[in-house]
Design a protein around this ligand. Structure first.
Ligand code: NAD
Length: 501
């Protein structure tokens, strides 16, 4: 059986691994490979290699660092098909969706190609008599990223492309459930010209994460995953004096106004709720029709659309979504469906018991639709992260705005309407970090930045965009004066606080 290694100091590395994790093929349910699970020895070794490589890389001029990013992008594009198939084989999302995962990462690399401009500082000539002030953005040193299973390419690239372009060395701890793509990305980064030790991949679980959170040479931690772990990572790393950004879970709502174009809206909701088997942090698992008439019409169209869906293996080009990540996760989703029923919601379509001929042991779930879901229900409050769509009915826009605003998670939200006034009121007042107006999955483009509110993100800066540049650099401000020789006389010392007047 294949062993998925670390990538440390520019080479694949297994070492004297003592523990391994099973990597499944979610289509068949079989273990297809095993991944090494690092321990403190590997953490130390990786950080040593990154510390040794980083100063040389930081000294490379920004234009040359950008050229490495251009080549990195070109190499990923050239390997798109193989990368997407590899990603799908471990994650289970359909290959076309894996290409989207990779493309969203490529967009961030493209943004990072602008680093010579993005990393520029400021300069003020004559801030005081003969005084100039300038600021520079220097890399932090060695930084680490800890990523979830659901975007094995995009999220590692959100972090590593920006961090490395800015002159840092990066240690990636990918999800142990989908660990292979990270290794290929690190190899392509080296092929593009980054020195050994600049992009390292450290495989593992909590042991490795804790090693990174406590290591004195790791200057910043970027995390994406579930909210409880995000909060733990944020608290632990900041207590150790590190810069931290930690993105958590989500429960995104789609508000459907009475004037919405229902056919278009249903298409949008279907893709956002069930694409990638609902395992996206920007999925739309809650739909909020406003008014009884909207609810009745929307439900009817959703039922028809769900009836036409095709669930299949990840290489089935006609399938709309594939299996979920593990048997354990499948069982958890099924428990939430039962909980929703027990709490009093109406099970309109039950996706449990779905079986695909020839793939009976795969981790498949059919689409599930629940109606009359109420805010007090735990199945509404928690993130389910599966192909389950919940309808929560609202009487008016105000009530609809309060639902996502009061929810503990505040990643994304969308409104479907033709009424500009309603949309503007909604976008301005809703307590959520990323808002779509007739856009079901409002993941910001690479030159904006990504981040939710409340328990969906701990820390002050978002992922990528200018926030990413700020996160991976620190500002140094220099105030300089070049007085004329011989201009000072003895006894001219000033004891009051200097001002520029
Ligand atoms: P997860 O929290 O289980 O794992 C994320 C990472 O943390 C993995 O690398 C994992 O190895 C590590 N980890 C797990 N348990 C840990 C522990 N006890 N201590 C330290 N580290 C630990 O998340 P997941 O199941 O891989 O991914 C799905 C979650 O990620 C969902 O909640 C989803 O909403 C969220 N997510 C959020 C965003 C966002 O940007 N807000 C994006 C994608 C996914």
């Amino acid at each position: 059986m294949e062993t998925i290694p670390h990538f440390i100091g520019g080479r694949r590395f297994v070492g004297e691994a003592r523990a391994y994790g099973d990597v499944f093929n979610p289509n068949t349910g079989a273990v297809q490979s095993r991944v090494v699970l690092g321990e403190s020895k590997e953490v130390d070794e990786t950080i040593r290699s990154a510390v040794a490589a980083q100063p040389g890389w930081a000294a490379v001029n920004p234009q040359r660092r950008a050229r490495v990013m251009f080549d990195f992008k070109r190499l990923i594009e050239a390997n798109m098909k193989q990368l997407a198939e590899l990603l799908s084989s471990e994650h289970g999302k359909v290959v076309a969706d894996s290409k989207g995962d990779i493309q969203r990462g490529l967009d961030v690399i493209e943004f990072a190609c602008g680093v010579p401009h993005l990393q520029k500082g400021d300069f003020t000539e004559g801030a005081g008599p003969g005084i100039d002030v300038y600021s520079i953005r220097q890399p932090l040193g060695v930084v680490a990223g800890i990523t979830p299973f659901n975007f094995p390419a995009m999220i590692p690239l959100w972090m590593s492309a920006v961090a490395i372009a800015c002159g840092n060395a990066f240690v990636l701890k990918p999800s142990e459930k989908a660990p292979s793509v990270a290794i290929r990305l690190a190899e392509l980064m080296m092929e593009a010209g980054a020195p050994a030790g600049i992009l390292n991949v450290l495989q593992g679980n909590k042991t490795v994460v804790d090693g990174l959170l406590h290591h004195p040479d790791v200057k910043a931690i970027s995390f994406v995953g579930s909210s409880d772990i995000a909060q733990y990572v944020y608290a632990t790393a900041s207590a150790n004096g590190k810069r931290v950004q930690a993105m958590g879970g989500a429960k995104n709502h789609g508000i459907v106004m009475p004037d919405a174009d229902l056919d278009q809206t249903v298409n949008d909701i279907m893709g956002a709720a069930f694409g990638s088997a609902g395992e996206r942090c920007m999925a739309l698992p809650v739909v909020v029709p406003v008014g009884e008439k909207t609810a009745v019409a929307l439900r009817q169209k959703l039922v028809a659309a769900i009836g036409d869906m095709r669930v299949g293996i990840s290489t089935d080009s006609d399938a709309q979504y594939g299996p979920v990540i593990t048997q354990q996760h499948k069982a958890r989703i099924e428990q939430y469906i039962q909980m929703a029923v027990d709490e009093g919601s109406e099970l309109v379509i039950d996706g449990r018991g779905f079986s695909l001929q020839g793939y009976e042991k795969g981790f498949f779930l059919g689409p599930t639709l629940l109606d009359h879901v109420k805010p007090r229900m735990k199945s509404y409050q928690d993130e389910i992260f599966g192909p389950v769509l919940q309808i929560v009915r609202a009487e008016n826009l105000e009530e609809a705005i309060m639902l996502p605003s009061k929810h503990a998670l505040g990643n994304g939200v969308a409104i479907f309407t033709r009424d500009g006034e309603a949309a503007r009121t909604f976008a301005s007042s809703v307590e959520v970090g990323m808002v779509g107006v007739n856009v079901p999955i409002p993941v910001p483009v690479a030159y904006y930045s990504f981040g939710g509110w409340k328990r969906s993100a701990f820390g002050d800066t978002n992922q990528y965009g200018m926030d990413g540049i700020q996160f991976y650099t620190r500002t140094k401000t220099v105030t300089q004066r070049w007085p004329k020789r011989g201009a000072a006389s003895a006894g001219d010392a000033a004891f009051v606080m200097p001002t520029m007047s």
